[in-house]
Design a protein around this ligand. Structure first.
Ligand SMILES: *[C@@H]1O[C@H](CO)[C@@H](O)[C@H](O)[C@H]1NC(C)=O
Ligand SMILES: *[C@@H]1O[C@H](CO)[C@@H](O)[C@H](O)[C@H]1NC(C)=O
Ligand SMILES: *[C@@H]1O[C@H](CO)[C@@H](O)[C@H](O)[C@H]1NC(C)=O
Length: 649
């Protein structure tokens, strides 16, 4: 539709007319910080074939921001004119002549055409080659590296390509990244993969799960004749009815849109807990009401290990998502098998076949690989198997500092593409204020290199994907202790602190520019540039917030209180879903990427002006009038937001 012509006219680029030369330029170098060291005693085995993957530069990727803005800026004529997945593949697939140039270079270097294949998204060229071939091709030398765990991996320190193809290539793997585990030793092959726990989104040690509070009703809790919960107890126990009172949204009546919740195995919900929740707190929902189960890469709802650390997140997310949007059905995207788990990229692969196969820029330090080499692991990868729900909420995250910038940018661009298709992507902003997962802070400025400390000092440690400008990052508020449900809320300071701050990776998106400018003009924080990037040119988060304290949740057959932005995100997602339903009822499409509309209509949110998000031995930032890096623009006022979105095409 509209964008094919835009791409064609606005993007007539003079093709690089450079003649092939023998000048090689370095494409990537190892940065130096890594838990791997070269083991000079060993030479790579000559019998090994390397599975080479050349990541081709996507075309038009620099136009993506503008196109997303066109379909999501409320002042744009094209608001709501979302693109189809096919249009997005066409828009970003590398140009045939660029693919050809790289192909020709490979053939001229002795890699026969019959060995080379192009990925479905047309963004990766794949071939197998011996180490000698690759060393000649990339003018490099492979070494065996050893990890502190004893695992070995082949990699090089840097590699180069001829000048005339360098502009067409993002990266080549395996090279400087530790992205493909190659071993000739079957015993090692069986060894448990060593993805650190904090990088496995569903791992109980990931530091991103909600926090448990006191138990309200013991095992086997059944509905009391006298309900202990009503609107007078919201300041100590938050229920779906309390959220309706806080944000003014009605019970769901339609089932005209779609709402997805993402969970990472081994996190799992228990149907008994959902039923217990319905009978106590959402009596309009029949017992047995379950989410639609979309299994990704062997995702299972495991019930063998049951405890707060395994059921808390999933039960919380699903109980509140379902209670808010019922009778709309909620889809559960359960990602990862019990052996290897999964990463955000595995989830994205399942929605977008063009991102998948070898197209995702995966990194085995962070991502699961398929077929899983471990016994019992999942054998194939789900590519483009599911359609994206109109709203998708994820209550997991990691530290920006745990991942590489190139990896984060590539994944963030995928959220951008989902926004272009009309999907609202929500991520919780983290529970440790300006510190990262588990309260850790950075030991070096900009979190570049070094290691994370245990908190209490150091520089602020922003969380990802909350800092990706193409997701909506959700922070946490609380009812002021002792106050009524109708009084203004404040930033959450009970058990958890709302994740917030400024990115070390992503530039400031245009939709946020005036809000952040006003924040610095009126409430400039006193921290220095070593504490966080205060240049006013980087992405600030969160964007919006919602209550995240004292949620009443049924977990492991008990009624318990729970705390976290993990609660805030599914609540905001539910409210956006109710708005989508009203739009659908009026013949309109889903709201899609909401940030431009939120920032253009700050008065549709309840501004939060007190509380802070301490961390790293500081008081963190403070919630103030206008946008702030604690609660964003504030909490939703459903009727005002509905008016705004219903007034748009
Ligand atoms: C939302 O805004 C409307 C209009 O200003 C106001 O009447 C209403 O009380 C607000 N709702 C909530 C729950 O604060
Ligand atoms: C929504 O449903 C709940 C549970 O049935 C009920 O208690 C509540 O009064 C309803 N709220 C509104 C705003 O209709
Ligand atoms: C802050 O971010 C900007 C934009 O990315 C960058 O140019 C600048 O060097 C960063 N400042 C610090 C102190 O890291």
């Amino acid at each position: 539709m509209h964008f094919t012509s835009l791409a064609a006219t606005a993007f007539v680029v003079a093709l690089a007319s450079a003649l092939p030369t023998n000048n090689h330029v370095v494409l990537e170098q190892r940065s130096g910080q890594s838990s791997w060291t070269a083991d000079d005693r060993l030479k790579p085995d000559g019998r090994i074939k390397l599975p080479m993957r050349i990541g081709l530069k996507e075309k038009n990727i620099e136009l993506g921001d503008e196109i997303l803005t066109q379909v999501s800026d409320p002042t744009s004529e094209k608001f709501g004119q979302h693109l189809s997945p096919e249009e997005i593949v066409e828009l970003f697939a590398p140009k045939p002549e660029n693919i050809d140039a790289v192909h020709q270079w490979l053939e001229a270097s002795g890699i026969e055409a019959s060995r080379i294949s192009l990925a479905r998204g047309r963004n990766w060229l794949n071939f197998e080659a011996s180490i000698a071939e690759v060393e000649a091709l990339l003018r490099t030398e492979y070494k065996v590296f050893a990890h502190q765990t004893g695992q070995r991996h082949i990699a090089c320190d840097e590699y180069s390509v001829p000048e005339h193809v360098a502009d067409h290539i993002d990266l080549i793997m395996p090279t400087v990244h530790f992205d493909t585990k190659i071993t000739t030793d079957p015993a090692q092959r069986k060894a448990k993969r060593d993805i650190p726990d904090n990088l496995k989104p569903g791992n109980p040690n990931s530091g991103f799960l909600p926090k448990k509070g006191p138990t309200i009703k013991g095992p086997g809790a059944s509905p009391d004749a006298a309900q202990p919960f009503d609107l007078t107890t919201c300041n100590t126990m938050v229920t779906p009815d309390c959220l309706r009172a806080l944000y003014g949204f009605p019970n769901g009546t339609l089932a005209k849109s779609s709402y997805g919740i993402v969970e990472y195995t081994p996190q799992a919900y228990l149907q008994g807990d959902l039923n217990l929740f319905y009978t106590n707190l959402a009596r309009q929902i029949p017992s047995g009401t379950a989410p639609t189960f979309d299994s990704i890469d062997g995702g299972v709802d495991q019930t063998t290990t049951q405890s707060f650390n395994y059921n808390g997140e999933s039960d919380l997310d699903l109980e509140y998502a379902i209670a808010i949007v019922y009778p709309q059905k909620v889809t559960l995207y359960q990602a990862g098998d019990l052996v290897e788990g999964a990463s955000f990229n595995n989830f994205l692969d399942a929605l977008d076949s063009a991102y998948c196969t070898s197209g995702g820029g995966d990194n085995a330090n962070f991502d699961a690989t398929y077929p899983d080499p471990n016994a019992g692991g999942y054998k194939s990868r789900d590519c483009g198997r599911y359609t994206a729900a109109a709203v998708i909420s994820t209550s997991y995250g990691s530290n920006e500092a745990d991942l590489t910038a190139a990896y984060e940018v590539r994944q963030c661009n995928e959220y951008m593409k989902l926004g272009m298709q009309g999907t609202t992507i929500l991520y919780s902003s983290g529970d440790y204020g300006v510190a990262g997962n588990g309260g850790q802070c950075c030991t070096k400025a900009k979190c570049a290199g070094g290691t994370l400390n245990k908190g209490g000092s150091g520089t602020f440690n922003p969380s990802f994907p909350g800092t990706c400008p193409y997701v909506t990052s959700v922070g946490a508020t609380q009812i002021v202790p002792g106050a009524s449900v109708t009084a203004p809320e404040e930033a959450c300071e009970t058990v958890i602190y709302s994740g917030g701050g400024f990115s070390n990776v992503f530039a400031q998106p245009s939709y946020q520019a005036s809000a952040v400018k006003a924040y610095y003009a009126n409430h400039k924080p006193t921290y220095s540039a070593t504490q966080y990037n205060n240049s006013q040119t980087v992405r600030g988060y969160p964007d919006i917030s919602a209550n995240g304290a004292n949620y009443v949740v049924a977990i492991d057959n008990q009624i318990t209180l729970i705390y976290g932005t993990s609660a805030s995100s599914p609540t905001v997602g539910g409210i956006i879903t109710l708005i989508n339903e009203q739009r659908a009822n009026a013949g309109k499409g889903p709201v899609g990427f909401i940030n431009p509309t939120l920032y253009a209509n700050p008065t549709a949110l309840n501004d939060i002006t007190s509380g802070g998000n301490q961390g790293c031995g500081t008081a963190g930032f403070t919630a103030v009038s206008g946008w702030d890096p604690v609660t964003g623009l504030g909490t939703p006022n459903y009727s005002k937001l509905l008016n705004v979105f219903m007034s748009l095409p």
